[in-house]
Ligand binder design. Structure first.
Ligand code: ADP
Ligand code: MG
Length: 535
């Protein structure tokens, strides 16, 4: 038992630094899962090792039905079958939740307690996450379809790590005293901004919960969070644990429900002081407009991407293939920062394509609860159909389909790891965010050319560079217009590293010191000094 825990700890610390291991070639072929090239049907789904406990809305510290009494089903991506019926929030529920958050902000203890007291509650929450990690990981995989090993060994430990990071900030947030041209004592106070509205997506439900809730709570704000309709379960479970840790009622309210109803009501609300959103660029524009038309609440947006992964000619091709494979296929390709344009230097291009294909054929796809599975199903029918449409578009536009291109099994949303070579910049598959297991490999000749092509997109979320040439690496990291550039690594998400987009990939940054700014109001206090002689 002790040995097992030690191994788990060691693994989770590794995975915290990077999710790399998950794509490792060491993964054995789990029984019933398949290397996708074979046509075998998938086995019957494994019974998830967890039960669903919370399905109601969380308002003012209580689980309650929605005002309408309506519910909606959350589905198992492995089968499309119903996991549970969850209370469906709409405008009236958002109003109740905002009123509760308002009261907790205006009258409650949370913004008034010391930073140290807040940090103690956030640290207790992190301990409870670790204690309940099996349930959290089980729910996350069941609702989302991602491999259980990824949930358990990477995401849940990252969740507690993020809350410990923000617990550390709680008692270190302070303003400044600044000099002025005159007999004035000038203080710049950093105050919580008020009621934060937060809308999160389905691809990393727990991590998005942490990126939003962590900084808002550290700064003393209150929150109404709307989870994604595809994955409502873990936010409710985590919020319950946060209350167990001592969070006062009304500080965090969680509303499950759909975007155009509950989400829009939150973005549009006159009594919400700040909005944070992660999702598609299209929806980002809608919520920004709602925020502007209502009360001009400031908005942070983390949106889509079409990130380049650039392999230079000095690359060790085997390593480059593995990294580019991970950069694209991780999380079923459902990452806003997925390295979805693999640019490979012409000198190593053919070898790269051949090896990338072999790697994709080795990828273990299957029931995400099975050990060793690297890829589960896509989240839902809509995303599945969208990815399949893009695969067709790739074939029709003349790209070479090297591997995959089809679904796996006849139930649920499994897609074969798919690779296109000879992809041209103007093809739809090279321009649009596919959000699925489809790798597009493009050829380039020189560095200036690849910089121009990599930047020729409306997106600017992330980029990857693979080289051991320091000068070329420096040139690329400076020239690429993206919020994150990973050199010889990808998807490294430390709590202290800021994340966010250039251009249409977003506004503002999450994680790291910059994330606190999103949740602070700045107040200048200017006091006249009676005795200017002391200036
Ligand atoms: P995706 O297309 O990947 O599901 P979305 O941007 O549609 O991404 O969804 C991200 C989050 O935004 C989800 O919580 C969703 O419910 C919410 N959402 C969708 N449409 C709207 C909207 N019109 N107003 C507010 N929130 C929305
Ligand atoms: Mg679901």
């Amino acid at each position: 038992m002790v040995l097992q825990m030690a191994t788990r700890r060691a693994m989770s610390s590794l995975l915290n630094r990077s999710f790399r291991l998950l794509g490792g070639r060491g993964a054995g072929l789990a029984s019933g899962s398949q290397r996708f090239g074979t046509a075998a049907a998938l086995d019957e789904p494994i019974t998830p090792p967890v039960e669903v406990k919370y399905t109601k809305l969380l308002i003012n510290g209580q689980f309650v039905d929605s005002a309408s009494g309506k519910t909606f089903p959350t589905l198992d991506p492995r089968t499309g079958e119903v996991i549970a019926h969850v209370s469906e929030g709409d405008t009236e529920d958002i109003n109740r939740a905002v009123a509760s958050a308002r009261k907790a902000f205006d009258e409650g203890p949370w913004p008034r307690m010391t930073g140290y007291e807040r940090s103690r509650i956030l640290n207790r929450f992190a301990d409870l996450i670790d204690k309940h990690s099996d349930e959290l990981a089980g729910l996350e995989t069941w609702d989302n379809g991602k491999p259980y090993e990824q949930s358990a060994l990477a995401e849940v430990p990252t969740l507690s790590r993020l809350f410990r990071y923000y617990a550390g900030w709680s008692d270190k947030i302070h303003g400044l005293v600044v000099p002025a041209d005159g007999p004035h004592h000038v203080q710049v106070l950093h105050e919580p901004i008020g009621v934060a509205g937060q809308i999160i997506p389905w691809n990393f439900p727990l991590l998005m919960f942490a990126w939003k809730v962590g900084p808002a709570l550290a700064c003393g704000n209150t929150i109404v969070l709307k989870s994604a309709e595809q994955t409502p379960l873990t936010a409710l479970y985590a919020a319950k644990l946060l209350h167990e840790a001592g969070l006062p009622d009304g500080v965090l309210n969680v509303i499950s429900g759909y975007g155009p109803t509950a989400g829009a009501a939150l973005a549009n609300h006159m009594d919400v002081d700040k909005l944070a959103f992660t999702g598609s660029t299209e929806t980002g524009k809608i919520v920004l407009e709602l925020a502007a038309r209502s009360n001009l609440k400031p908005v942070t947006l983390e949106l889509g991407g079409k990130s380049p992964m650039i392999i230079l000619d000095d690359a060790d091709v085997d390593k480059a293939v593995e990294l580019a494979h991970f950069a694209l296929f991780f999380n079923q390709g459902q990452c806003c920062c997925a390295g979805s344009r693999t640019f490979v230097h012409e000198r190593v291009y053919d070898e790269f394509v051949e090896k990338a294909k072999a790697r994709a054929l080795r990828r273990v796809v299957g029931d995400p609860f099975k050990k060793g599975v690297e890829q589960g199903p896509q989240i839902d029918d809509e995303q599945f159909s969208k990815v399949m449409r893009y695969i067709k578009s790739g074939v029709n536009s003349g790209a070479t389909l090297e591997s995959g291109g089809d679904r796996i099994g006849n139930k649920g949303y499994y897609i074969q790891p798919t690779i296109f070579s000879n992809v041209k910049d103007e093809m739809e598959i090279a321009k649009d965010e596919i959000f699925g297991p489809v790798q597009s490999i493009l050829k380039f000749k020189d560095i200036d050319e690849v910089i121009r092509r990599a930047n020729a997109t409306h997106y600017g979320l992330a980029a990857g560079v693979f080289t051991s040439n320091i000068d070329k690496a420096n040139t690329l990291t400076r020239a690429l217009r993206a919020g994150t550039v990973w050199v010889n690594c990808f998807d490294v998400f430390d709590a202290a590293i800021p994340f966010g987009g250039y251009k249409m990939s977003g506004q503002g940054r999450e994680k790291g010191i910059d994330s606190l700014k999103n949740y602070l109001q700045i107040k200048a206090v200017v006091t006249s000094l009676k005795n200017p002689a002391w200036l």
